[in-house]
Design a protein around this ligand. Structure first.
Ligand code: PLP
Length: 377
């Protein structure tokens, strides 16, 4: 199998699985229990939290584990709107966010909130000024992702944070960094976002665990899950210790070789651009700079057919975000591309294990697809 869909999820390296197995079978204590098995686990959870917090460059007290990136996104919105309930009921976001932001925003609209969706240009870019221009005195929250999951576009979070200080210092800023964490270097301390959501399964960690950073301005956070008081009293529920162990181990592994991994992925992406653009009717979509995501279109060839054809040959690529299969992607729609271009958009995404041979095989399969079928769009 050739796996070129690392933005959907990533394989779990053996040491991550081993760390989880150890916790599942031997170190299975409840961190709230008073005997040694439990207390040791409390200490280990604290150490694992510190590992993830160090990678984000924030104090461990600022980080709450969640069940996934989707939960972090939902919680961030909820936390910001609650804290800023007297500021107003206006939200600024973009038309290219993940469904984990767009769906809650849609629901909030039905509850009396007003949402401004800033649209990108045809390359996927949104300058900070466009976001800031949408901010009003009653804007409670700005939520803009750090890296777009379909295009690899990096959005200017620092500039937005700086601009917000002048335009409306009360407005809270959230960034969905699910595709940015350990892919695009940043520090929670200097980024300027009040809330940052992460997910482990995009960096070689297990599914079912993520984290939300709540910065120093988040002083009035209502518990997401009231109960036994875990996660600094904000998200109760017995800690998912094996998942947390896996998350921390994945962070540790990625961090150990971060510079090499990022330059390897950038090199693979450059090679993929070179090989794929030699295919007739294939064009680049967007100019996303994240090293692990490449969007292209085989103009005129329906993307779902391409994905199915490559899948039959053991090659995994995506026709857009794995989270809205079957439905047209809101990201591609927002680019307002000609129908034949939009209909042929596919995403390749890379990991530390991706090789040039993987790219060669994918390019050959795409060329065969082009040569053996008539365009249908
Ligand atoms: N945000 C972005 C940008 C994503 O790419 C994803 C997953 O694809 C998510 C949020 C959701 O993360 P999770 O699968 O952990 O819920």
């Amino acid at each position: 199998m050739i796996y070129l869909d690392h933005a959907a999820t990533t394989p779990l390296p053996r040491p991550v699985a081993d760390a989880m197995y150890q916790v599942l079978t031997e170190e299975f204590g409840n961190p709230s229990a008073q005997y040694a098995l439990g207390q040791t686990m409390a200490e280990r959870v604290a150490a694992w939290r510190k590992t993830v917090a160090d990678a984000l460059d924030c104090p461990p007290e600022a980080l709450c584990f969640t069940s996934c990136g989707t939960e972090g996104d939902n919680w961030a919105i909820q936390a910001a709107l609650w804290q800023n309930r007297r500021v107003g009921k206006h939200i600024v976001t973009t038309a290219v966010e993940h469904s984990a932001i767009l769906q809650p925003c849609q629901w909030l609209t039905q509850q009396g909130y007003e949402v401004t969706y800033v649209v990108p240009d045809s390359k996927g870019n949104i300058p900070a000024e466009r976001i800031l221009a949408a901010v009003r005195p009653d804007t409670a929250l700005v939520s803009v992702m750090l890296v777009n999951n379909e295009l690899g576009t990096i959005y200017p979070i620092r500039e937005i944070a700086q601009g917000l200080k002048a335009k409306n210092p009360q407005t809270l800023l959230h960034t969905d960094a699910v595709q940015g964490f350990l892919k695009v270097p940043f520090s929670a301390r200097t980024l300027g976002a009040d809330l940052i959501s992460l997910s482990a399964h995009k960096i070689g960690g297990p599914k079912g665990i993520g984290a939300l950073y709540l910065g120093p301005r988040m002083k009035n956070v209502k518990p997401l899950l009231p109960g036994g008081g875990q996660e600094h009293g904000l998200r109760s529920g017995t800690e998912a210790t094996a998942q947390i162990a896996g998350f921390a181990k994945a962070v540790e592994l990625r961090q150990a070789n971060l510079t090499e991994t990022l330059s390897h992925m950038a090199e693979i992406k450059a090679y993929a651009v070179e090989q794929l653009t030699a295919i007739p009717d294939l064009v680049l979509v967007g100019d996303g700079e994240a090293p692990h995501i490449l969007a292209v279109s085989l103009v005129g060839w329906p993307s779902q057919n391409i994905v199915n054809d490559l899948s039959a040959q053991g090659i995994c690529i995506s026709a857009g975000s794995a989270c809205h299969q079957g439905k047209p992607s809101q990201v591609v729609a927002a680019l307002k591309l000609p129908k034949k271009v939009a209909g042929g958009v596919i995403r390749l995404s890379f990991g530390p294990e991706t090789t040039r041979a993987d790219i060669d095989a994918c390019a050959a399969a795409l060329r065969r697809h082009h040569d053996s079928r008539f365009p249908m769009l």
